[in-house]
Design a protein around this ligand. Structure first.
Ligand SMILES: [Zn+2]
Ligand SMILES: [Zn+2]
Length: 161
């Protein structure tokens, strides 16, 4: 007899690997690689950062040049780069940018640095620099997914009113 491969399930099965569709989903969630979890949280976080200050018409402003841009056409740009580090998922390190600033002007780093200094101050910027040398565990990332999912859901609720 074979057994279901899902975590915490040991049901006997005749064929296949799982006893139910639900067990298959649980298995996929449980074993999702970190890289893929990071993609999930980044998608939510990026949407939150781009939408949170947008008006009802969807318009927001580029952090580094001040030009108006629709959140859907904007980027969420990092001050300190490093895709696999904890700083990548730090909200202090992410701001709305137009495509021109983020992709063609090297992130407008000088402007970005000066504005952040005014906005969050040196201590929080030092924190971002430290986070660049840390990584998050899968569980920490799962927590962040929940956190940003809630924030995005709340934005959607506002629109439904
Ligand atoms: Zn099962
Ligand atoms: Zn810009």
């Amino acid at each position: 007899m074979k057994h279901c491969k899902a975590p915490e399930c040991n049901n006997e099965i005749e064929k296949g690997k799982f006893c139910s569709q639900e067990c298959f989903q649980n298995y996929r969630k449980y074993y999702k690689p970190k890289k893929s979890l990071r993609k999930d949280v980044w998608k939510l976080m990026s949407e939150w950062v781009r939408r949170k200050d947008a008006g009802f018409n969807g318009m927001t402003r580029c952090y580094t040049c001040g030009n108006p841009v629709h959140w859907k056409e904007a980027n969420a740009g990092h001050w300190k780069h490093g895709v696999s580090s904890a700083s990548y998922l730090e909200e202090d390190n992410v701001r709305v940018q137009c495509v021109a600033c983020n992709q063609h002007r090297g992130g407008k780093l000088e402007e970005y640095t000066l504005k952040l200094l005014d906005e969050i101050g040196r201590e929080r910027m030092e924190r971002i620099r430290k986070l660049k040398h840390q990584t998050y565990s899968k569980d920490e990332i799962r927590e962040k997914i929940k956190y940003y999912q809630k924030k995005v859901d709340n934005l959607n609720k506002d629109i439904d009113l």
